[in-house]
Design a binder for this molecule. Structure first.
Ligand code: J9T
Length: 220
């Protein structure tokens, strides 16, 4: 799979793209990430990519022309804009994108992006959640990680991508490993009982209880 990233900060991505399974997937050729420096399409001697908003107000808006120039050659790909005004990113969306050959992630910056970009150059707008960041770069990295782990051969045990949180709409149950007691805090007896049926029942109850308490919206 090839993921294009359009950003004014390509250097932001260097270490995360080298690290862990994303680095391995790139080395193995399972994943290709192409960074597109938006500044190369900036206007004038200062390579300007933003300007004051029509109608007035604080902050700057990313101009349509540099983004159009960057995105025209990528018009055969699925183009995603990271913006707090987008639809919240979820696992189903990552599952869908992981099946694509080409994905393009566009990182907004400043107070916003000229609406004509979203209208004419973008297929989907997504948000990381109900908070504002400085730009879409963290979101692009989240998507790269979330998609990469779904690519064939990247995560060793295929079960581990199927059983975790959100795969069936519930949060994951608590997990424990050795030692069985630490500073007097013991692992729940049932997990050490060897009774697989009891373990499965306990895990299910934990998943439901946790989801009810922390994410009641998922149960609706
Ligand atoms: C400027 O971009 C953001 O602040 C942003 C991007 C994606 N999701 C968010 N929640 C915020």
């Amino acid at each position: 799979m090839r993921i294009n990233v359009v950003t004014i900060f390509p250097e932001y991505f260097s270490s995360p793209l080298e690290t862990s399974l994303v680095g391995k997937a790139r080395a193995a050729g399972t994943l290709e990430v192409v960074l597109h420096d938006l500044r190369e399409h900036g206007k004038g001697a200062h390579r300007q990519v933003d300007d004051a908003p029509f109608g007035g107000g604080a902050g700057m808006v990313m101009m349509v022309e540099p983004l159009a120039d960057a995105l025209d050659p990528l018009d055969e790909t699925h183009r995603v804009l990271l913006t707090p005004g987008g639809r919240p990113l979820d696992q189903d969306t990552l599952d869908r994108w992981a099946t694509l050959n080409d994905l393009t992630l566009v990182c907004g910056r400043y107070e916003g992006v000229d609406e004509r970009v979203a209208e004419h150059f973008i297929d989907e707008e997504v948000s990381l959640g109900d908070y504002v960041l400085l730009g879409g770069e963290v979101g692009a990295l989240a998507i790269i990680e979330g998609v990469t782990r779904l690519l064939t051969g990247v995560v060793g045990n295929p079960l581990s991508t199927e059983t975790e949180s959100f795969r069936d709409g519930l949060l994951e149950e608590p997990q424990y490993t050795r030692p069985s007691e630490f500073r007097g805090w013991a692992v729940p007896d049932v997990l050490r009982s060897g009774d697989h049926e009891k373990v499965a029942e306990w895990r299910e109850a934990q998943r439901l209880g946790r989801t009810r308490e922390r994410r009641p919206d998922l149960l609706e």
